[in-house]
Design a protein around this ligand. Structure first.
Ligand SMILES: [Zn+2]
Length: 116
């Protein structure tokens, strides 16, 4: 019978009345407490921004880690504003490194990750 996945909303052919998820991925997203929004929205936007600036390297990686934490539904809401600020700074730095050809201050960035 045709059912709707409770995580992503996609229709799927449920083998039993108890089937609720279209895939193992959706089941695990749900049991991890993930929200209904598409997973990785912030990560996707961050990737686009880094790609547009052709930024790569350590600062870009830090930006992606921060983005993943923002996407993670288990991250406490109180931590989001600080993470968002750090992500903005990391993207700025990743892009500035490309423009200025400077080395990244990876220690500063990691400090922010550890204590942010
Ligand atoms: Zn699904």
């Amino acid at each position: 019978m045709l059912k709707r996945c409770v995580t992503c909303g996609d229709p799927f052919d449920g083998a039993s009345n108890r089937a609720k998820y279209c895939s193992a991925e959706c089941r695990s997203n749900r049991s991890n407490g993930a929200a209904r929004e598409p997973v990785g929205a912030v990560s996707a936007a961050t990737r686009v921004e880094l790609e547009q600036a052709q930024a790569s390297g350590a600062a870009a990686q830090v930006a992606l880690v921060l983005a993943a934490r923002l996407d993670d539904a288990t991250t406490p809401a109180s931590a989001l504003p600080a993470l968002a600020r750090q992500l903005g700074a990391a993207i700025d730095r990743a892009c500035a490194i490309v423009e200025g050809g400077k080395r990244s201050h990876i220690d500063d960035l990691l400090e922010e990750l550890l204590h942010g």
